[in-house]
Design a protein around this ligand. Sequence first.
Ligand SMILES: [Zn+2]
Length: 413
Amino acid sequence: MRVATALNKILSIPGAWVSGIAFTPAGVVVSLRRRRKLLRCPCGRSTRAAYDRAVRRWRHLDLAACRLYLEAEIRRVDCRGCGRVRTEEVPWARPGARHTRDLDDLIAYMARSMDKTTVTRLLRVSWEAVANSVGRVVADGIDDARLNDLYRIGVDEVSYRKGHRYLTVVADHDRDGAVVWAGEGRDSDTLKRFFVLLGEERLGQLEAISADMGAGYAKAIEEARAEGLLTAEVCLDPFHIIKLANEAIDKTRRWAWNLARTAGEEGAAWVKGTRWALVKDPGELTASQRLILRELRSSRSVLYRAWEMKETLRDVYRLREFGAAHQFLDRWLARACRSRIPAFLKLSRTLRKHRNNILNAVELGLSNSKLEGLNSKIRLINHRGYGHHSAAALIAMIYLCCGGITVRLPTER
Ligand SMILES: [Zn+2]
């Protein structure tokens, strides 16, 4: 059997056959000849006349440990439909790519679960090449229909580049928190961009939006409401409320520490070691952290009172009945108001302002537990080395890992 015939069988490149093979320092180069003589513009128009021709190479899956390239003549077409010169599409690669579809898909599949350094080393491609492949697979695989049946969405901010930059992520509550959109920035303009993308009809169909109470998103929501485009209820996501409560705990610790220090008490140093005991989920406390809480309780520390208030706040979201949650929250606000702990006084004022939105979340059952998972998933993407580059590259990774995109491996086709 001739080498070309063997390679034809092994590679089975769609729409082309192997016409030659060369061993070069860069790797094995397989020349392809197109089956179709007719030229096709990416817009779908066919023509016979080529504008010009050039030879192009695409990196393909490795042949054993050798790099393998496909080489073919690629033609450009002066398309009357498009009114400009465009490069014809080839069946084995995505437009503009220097990787074959198979290699793109393999890279995207691996990028989903491996750190970037491992992918680049294993496949011998550059960091940029990984980002480009992911970008192409996502652009190819993302379905515009994902925006059609949105009723309950969650909006959240995500930081990257060590917290110096932000993205806004929109997720669909009714599809297990799948990301439907991500954009650069975290202000009202960012969310407005999403609203514009949705368009009036789909925006009007939204029933609930759960969001952070950061002023940015609220402004975009209020404006859309004022224009009569949006009727969705706004729900304040429990996760952010608990975050605020934890911040109040931190402030209370500093406050208590200063009080104890000025009073010359010994407790001052001890207050410092209490942070994790106070802010962690009670179910996840270690034995020594539980001991710290017990000691705070028996010494009637103000920190214990603060902790108790934070934990009770969590219970608002556990109440299934709207009336009950209503009463419970009002009692909590009154208690925080009387607590004489400055940070909790301030917290009660903030929460009072958002009372209706908190209760909306209870009534509509929109716990953002799915979005909490999303947040940690995105942090993980960052950790695996995909968050250091452009916002566009990170957004593509978020769609890839959290957007419900299917990646088909070359071996599974
Ligand atoms: Zn065209």
